[in-house]
Design a protein around this ligand. Sequence first.
Ligand SMILES: [Zn+2]
Length: 157
Amino acid sequence: MYPCGFFGSHSHECRCTSTQIQRYRNKISGPLLDRIDLHLEVNPLSQQELMNKANGESSEPIRERVEKARVLQYQRFGESRTNASLNAKELQEICELDSGSRSLLEQAISSLDLSARAYDRILRVSRTIADLEASTAIQAQHIAEAIQYRTLDRKLW
Ligand SMILES: [Zn+2]
């Protein structure tokens, strides 16, 4: 995604300058990034990896987990609504945090210099991760995972 296409690659060296990378990255505005729930870096697969049969989890158990998480959300809202449809106020009501989770989130917000909107995204995604594990409470590990999905917010250079 950066000028040479190899930024962050483990197999090829990126020779772009930090100025080039920054300029390229600035093409995506902060407010736009704020509206995207999940930022993930995905490394290219080698030919070997492409040819091998995937040994990850198959789609079927994942589908079941997602369906269960959706049922939890429908029960919570009393209608066919998911976490994605929550407004900021509803989000605050639904996403209660214990003191450990709250301080982890506050720390991340200040050290990664995240916006209020990114804060909401993390809360929403944390609630969904907790639902996928059928966990009533949002736990610190759910917050930590959701923070991982804000890669592009982080000041990596
Ligand atoms: Zn490069």
